[in-house]
Design a protein around this ligand. Sequence first.
Ligand code: AMP
Length: 196
Amino acid sequence: MTDATSAAIRSVCLFCGSSDAARPEYLEAARAFGQALAEAGLRLVYGGGGVGLMGAAARAAHGAGGEVLGVMPQFLRSRERLFDEVETRVVTSMHERKQMMYDECDAFVVLPGGVGTLEEAIEVLSWKRLDLHPKPVIFINLDGFWENFYALMRHSVEEGMTPAAFLEAYDSVDDVAGALAVLSGARAVPNRYDQR
Ligand code: AMP
């Protein structure tokens, strides 16, 4: 496991939608995020696809001269149109993909997406819940996209399922610029979350 507590953020894992039917504003934000990462000298680690927000972010980062690592399960190569102009690692399973993306990054950023994005984001949050890692998880809450998720997390706290402190386990920013501000200023701090 990478010790991100002592190092500045250098690689950022992006979770985001694979849908080409997403609103143009979301695709544009993904593009802006990829470009901003490249300009900040940060490496993009992502799922390797050329579709949807994933493809928009990767093409923009690559186009702006940034370093990109895509991690793609073999069986999704054609379905998610592997973007092979960047470094790509082809793995055998979804679990292997997520483990590699986790191992290769110092922080996670979550843009709007579907059930796949949700699953990936919740997995790294669930690992935080178990104190398995200190890496920041930053949701970009474009047009309030993640409000319903935040409401569900608050509900879980109110119902006694999740400690209130867990609401501090993730950051929420309004836009790409906000995410870059956190990433450039942030050091991964030890998880303040207390399970008791
Ligand atoms: P979506 O948000 O549904 O468009 O999916 C975004 C990305 O998440 C796609 O590249 C999916 O292949 C990926 N994804 C979906 N489920 C999983 C999973 N269980 N493990 C790893 N990646 C996943």
